[in-house]
Structures are given as C-alpha cells and as structure tokens.
Design a protein around this ligand. Structure first.
Ligand SMILES: NC(=O)C1=CN([C@@H]2O[C@H](COP(=O)(O)OP(=O)(O)OC[C@H]3O[C@@H](n4cnc5c(N)ncnc54)[C@H](O)[C@@H]3O)[C@@H](O)[C@H]2O)C=CC1
Ligand SMILES: O=C([O-])CC(=O)C(=O)O
Length: 278
C-alpha cells in the first residue's frame, strides 16, 4: 500500500474499540485516513441508542456487510468479536482488502488461522494482528528470533471485568476478598475459554513461542479498578519483566482504554510516510 494515499477505512463493530477508533479517524487524529463505512449489528437500534455519538456518522453506518464492500475500503478493522471475524474475515481478505484484527483469540484455532493466511496469500491482502492492550510486543517478538526459555502472562482485572464470562462458573466473583486466580493454563486454552478477554495472551503467544508454550494466569481483583498485565519473558538476548496498569474502558469494563489507541496508532503508521517503532 502506498503510504501517501489517503487510507479508506471500514470498521465492523462500534463498541468500546470500534466506536473510539471511528471518532479518532473522524476528528483527524489517525493520520491520513478517512472512514468509508461503519458496520453495526442493527442500524436503527444503533442510531436510536447512540443519538449523540452517531449523528455525524449517520451516512456511514450500515448493518449490511455488502454496503461496506461497496464503499471500497483499503482496510477493514474488526472490532466486533470472534464470531463476526469468523463470519466475515475470509470474504474481506478474498476481496484483497487488508484486515486489522482485534479478536486475535480466534486464531487459537490452527485450521482457521491457516485458512485466513492462505486466503491472504492468494489475494495479496494483509492480515494485521493488533497488539491492542499488549505492551512491549515489538521487543518480545524480535527477541523470539533467539532462543526463548519462558513466556508468562498474568491478566489481573477488576471483578466487574470478569462478569458475564466463564470466570463466574469457576469462582464466586461477589464473594472474593482478595485477588484470586481462577485460571492457569496455556494461551490456547485461555483464549478458547475467555474469548473476549484473552486476546493479548493469544497475540503474545502467536508472536513469540506459540499457543501451547505461552503460559497464562487470569486473576480477579475485588478491590483494584486497574487492568494489571504482568509479563515475564526470558530469552537468549535478554529478559523482561513488566507490569502495565491499564484503565478499563468506560464503555466495556473488560477492555482496556488503550486498545482503540493502539489501532489508531496502526492506522497512523499505515497512512504515513514514516513508521515509528516498526
Ligand atoms: N486485542 C486486544 O487487546 C483486545 C481485543 N478485544 C476484542 O475486540 C472485540 C471488541 O471489543 P469491544 O469493542 O470492547 O467490545 P464491545 O462489546 O464494546 O463492542 C463490540 C461491538 O461489536 C458489535 N458487533 C458484534 N457482532 C457484530 C456483527 N456481526 N456485525 C457488526 N457489529 C457487531 C456489537 O454490537 C458491539 O457494539 C472483543 O470481542 C474482543 O474479541 C477486546 C479487548 C482487547
Ligand atoms: O483489554 C485488555 O486489557 C485485554 C483484553 O481484554 C484481552 O486480552 O482480550
């Protein structure tokens, strides 16, 4: 893609991530990019509920995926969850449109990842897997070109962030009085069981030692309102221990506020003559 060309962007899913990204593009904060279509589940319902937010997007909002294709985007941002990524992803790539993915957890299924990759290879489109809420991915993925001994990620989120997830079946979220670990396993298992919450562990795994060697702990914290991501990474070229304290999104407490900004940064890079930290 030519960086000097104005990037035409479509978005699927207008929740905490997609809605914020759309607003940033609209305000000119995402570089040389313009919105061409915004896909939600039910247009009328969306326009009624989000009257203020959506008034300036009215002409762009649709619940018909064909309208998105007719708008001829250069890139589609998936911000709607694993199910819709599975539903639309291959078609987007077949049409030669680049696909920026939020719901990385879908790719814990090797067959699905292979099918997407082969389609992209055949059409020449690119699959761009968002770092999202995952810090320091550039250094860790580069260091994974050397020998890696350990990749361990702990996601500690406030109790409210785990409501409505499988965590409720494993512990009594309302009864815990201290940070409580309710899951320990591989990145593949975590992303399968907690599809809306383990995208960063799937991303870390895919970019480093793989889904079965990356270890994950999930913790519910009854007191803190912070999204704590702790990473331990040990490789031949160096070690990293970090603790990133993110703020939950006001629109969706299981998503960090930094996720849409990560996508905005990507759009800036893709539409700019200079990439920072590629
Ligand atoms: N990579 C990362 O760091 C992160 C990735 N995610 C992924 O991003 C996804 C979106 O996250 P949020 O914006 O926080 O969720 P959200 O629940 O706030 O918004 C999702 C929106 O997508 C819409 N949607 C669902 N299916 C659709 C379809 N078929 N067509 C059009 N719209 C559809 C929903 O109605 C909702 O408005 C999550 O499901 C998760 O898989 C979430 C958090 C972090
Ligand atoms: O937003 C976050 O903090 C991370 C998250 O939900 C995910 O990995 O899916």
């Amino acid at each position: 893609m030519k960086s000097q060309t104005r990037l035409k962007v479509g978005i699927i899913g207008l929740g905490a991530i997609g809605g914020h990204v759309a607003n940033c593009i609209e305000k000119g904060e995402a570089g040389n990019a313009e919105l061409v279509a915004l896909v939600c589940r039910n247009k009328e319902k969306y326009l009624t509920i989000n009257k203020d937010q959506s008034s300036h997007f009215k002409s762009l909002i649709t619940d018909d995926i064909e309208a998105l294709f007719n708008a001829k985007p250069d890139i589609v941002i998936e911000a709607a969850g694993q199910e819709s990524l599975n539903q639309y992803g291959i078609t987007i790539l077949e049409k030669g449109i680049d696909l920026l993915v939020s719901s990385i957890g879908l790719f814990t299924n090797d067959d699905i990842l292979d099918a997407f990759t082969q389609t992209a290879e055949q059409s020449g489109a690119q699959m761009l897997l968002s770092a999202g809420a995952l810090p320091a991915l550039d250094w860790m993925s580069a260091s994974s070109l050397s020998k890696v001994k350990k990749v361990f990620i702990t996601q500690e989120k406030p109790v409210i962030s785990w409501k409505g997830t499988h965590a409720e079946k494993l512990i009594d979220l309302d009864a815990i009085t201290e940070p409580t670990c309710f899951f320990e396993g591989t990145a593949r298992e975590a992303a399968n069981i907690f599809p809306k919450s383990s995208n960063i562990s799937a991303m870390l795994a895919l970019a480093t030692v793989g889904l079965d060697k990356t270890k994950v702990r999930l913790v519910a914290d009854p007191i803190s309102l912070i999204m704590n991501t702790l990473i331990e990474f040990d490789s031949e070229v160096g070690q990293l221990q970090l603790n990133c304290q993110g703020i939950p999104s006001p629109e969706n407490p299981s998503t960090s506020t930094g996720v849409p900004l990560s996508i905005v940064k990507s759009i800036r890079n893709l539409s700019s003559p200079i990439h920072y930290g590629i």
